[in-house]
Design a protein around this ligand. Structure first.
Ligand code: HEC
Ligand code: HEC
Length: 408
């Protein structure tokens, strides 16, 4: 983490501190001298976990003290899709993270269960188990189980709206026969009171780590299928990886993101960049609720720095950027070609290309018609259609069930 980074002390974090205090989070840094229960031995009671990895993919790094088992993943999937995880039973994680949109929601900014607008766009969960730092720009959010506390219990903005309802939530789940079985199977080392906020968030995290996508035409081409990419997409690929367009510096590697980690990697890679979206005051200011890394570090040079999101499945996740302010991939290309975005009017008017904190890799370029089409075709060829059709990632609840908001 950067010098001077400090924990945000806003109302959301304050509200969460109480919940987090009762939660023993694995991977949060304490020594490895605790006793490990049977399910915490790597591979767990079920034996080694079968990740079902695409060719050439390493396994995600599982935080120390956590383990992956098929039973936890199955429980986590049920929880991820259950509207009983919102105060008013109107939303689940999947409301904002929909499989057919690569786990986004199609909105510019997310809308919570009580109608409150989030300042930011719902992020894709494509390969989220490989993300060492979570959210658009939170350098303190390093653990999937911990991250889930924000949508569950956060109060500003309200997402699932369960603040002060921990006991209600646990009672809802304990009363359900499906969960009685799933929690008992997944948390057999806790015969007494297996349902808790800790087991719930850790199970959802286990499910999320399985959301692995690596079967796009670009992957198939890399594996030797020369027919997988059209000539136009191949042209786009060479532009994407060229020093003229520079895209790969920030969206490179297996994950097509600068923030990536996996089992066996020497150290997680975590990067934040300013790509010239705003420049409200001529000194580089971004809109007040979306200042990126600066919100956490208060360092002037961190203004407008965000994670470069994965470009895998990017055709499915419009609108784009942390605030959903770019509608289409065509306009994303305009943005980079201009070396940043100029907004002529409105409250956030300004010349983003002149933002003093902008990365040196965003300088602008000119494309011929064929090159532009090629770049677009390459971005479209990052779509993994098997990922969005994969039954293991789909809603497990029967139509009409209470978990889907039907029944009583
Ligand atoms: C109201 C919509 C909404 C709901 C409900 C919601 N999320 Fe999100 N999710 C978001 C938004 C918006 C972000 C970006 C947050 C930020 O950067 O501040 C996000 C970010 C994430 C990330 C970070 C992804 C990354 O690549 O860094 C994860 C993981 C995640 N959500 C998981 C969940 C889980 C698990 C649940 C259910 C417990 C959930 N979300 C419920 C909207 C939602
Ligand atoms: C200096 C690093 C950098 C370079 C170079 C770069 N990007 Fe980005 N990209 C980012 C960051 C950071 C964001 C998110 C910015 C934000 O939301 O404020 C982003 C966002 C995007 C998005 C939207 C992602 C989403 O999920 O909303 C797309 C698409 C994209 N970039 C494509 C490209 C292409 C194509 C190129 C090359 C022409 C490129 N980028 C070059 C850093 C970079």
């Amino acid at each position: 983490m950067k010098d001077g980074a400090r924990r945000r002390s806003g109302p959301v974090q304050a509200g969460l501190a109480a919940v987090a205090a009762g939660l023993v989070l694995a991977g949060s840094g304490c020594g490895g001298d605790e006793m490990l229960g049977p399910d915490q031995i790597p591979g767990g009671a079920d034996g080694p976990f079968d990740w079902i990895l695409p060719d050439g993919f390493p396994a995600p790094r599982v935080p120390e003290g956590e383990s992956m088992t098929a039973a936890k993943v199955e429980l986590g999937r049920h929880l991820f899709y259950d509207v009983r995880l919102s105060g008013n039973r109107s939303q689940s994680c999947a409301s904002c993270h929909q499989q057919d949109r690569a786990f986004t929601d199609g909105l510019d900014v997310a809308v919570g269960s009580t109608g409150q607008h989030h300042p930011r766009n719902s992020m894709s969960l494509t390969n989220v188990g490989f993300q060492p730092a979570l959210n658009w720009a939170n350098p303190n959010e390093l653990n999937l189980a911990h991250q889930a506390l924000t949508p569950l219990f956060g109060e500003d903005p309200v997402e699932l709206g369960l603040a002060s309802m921990e006991d209600v939530l646990v009672a809802r789940l304990e009363g359900d026969t499906t969960y009685q079985r799933l929690f008992a199977e997944a948390w057999a080392d806790r015969p007494i009171a297996p349902v808790s906020i800790e087991t719930l968030t850790r199970s959802i995290a286990a499910f999320q780590r399985t959301l692995i996508s690596g079967d796009s035409p670009v992957d198939r081409y890399r594996r030797g299928d020369r027919e997988a990419l059209t000539e136009s997409a191949r042209l786009g690929q060479s532009l994407f990886f060229s020093e003229r367009l520079e895209c790969f510096h920030c969206h490179g590697g297996l994950g097509f993101t600068g923030t990536f980690d996996f089992e066996g990697k020497s150290a997680p890679e975590i990067e934040y960049h300013n790509n010239g979206l705003y420049n409200i005051d001529g000194n580089g200011a971004y809109p007040p609720h979306n200042t990126g890394l600066h919100e956490f570090t208060q360092r002037p040079e961190d203004m407008g720095r965000f994670k470069a999101p994965t470009l895998r499945n990017i055709a499915l996740t419009a609108p784009y950027m942390h605030d959903g302010s770019i509608a289409s991939l065509d306009e994303v290309i305009d943005h980079y070609a201009a070396g940043g975005r100029t907004l002529a009017d409105g409250p956030f008017a300004g010349d983003g290309s002149a933002n003093p904190h902008k990365s040196g890799f965003v300088q602008g370029f000119q494309l011929t018609t064929a090159e532009r089409l090629g770049l677009l075709d390459f971005l479209l060829a990052l779509t993994d259609s098997s990922f969005i059709a994969e039954p293991r990632f789909a809603n497990p609840w029967p139509v009409g069930s209470v978990a889907r908001g039907g029944g009583s």
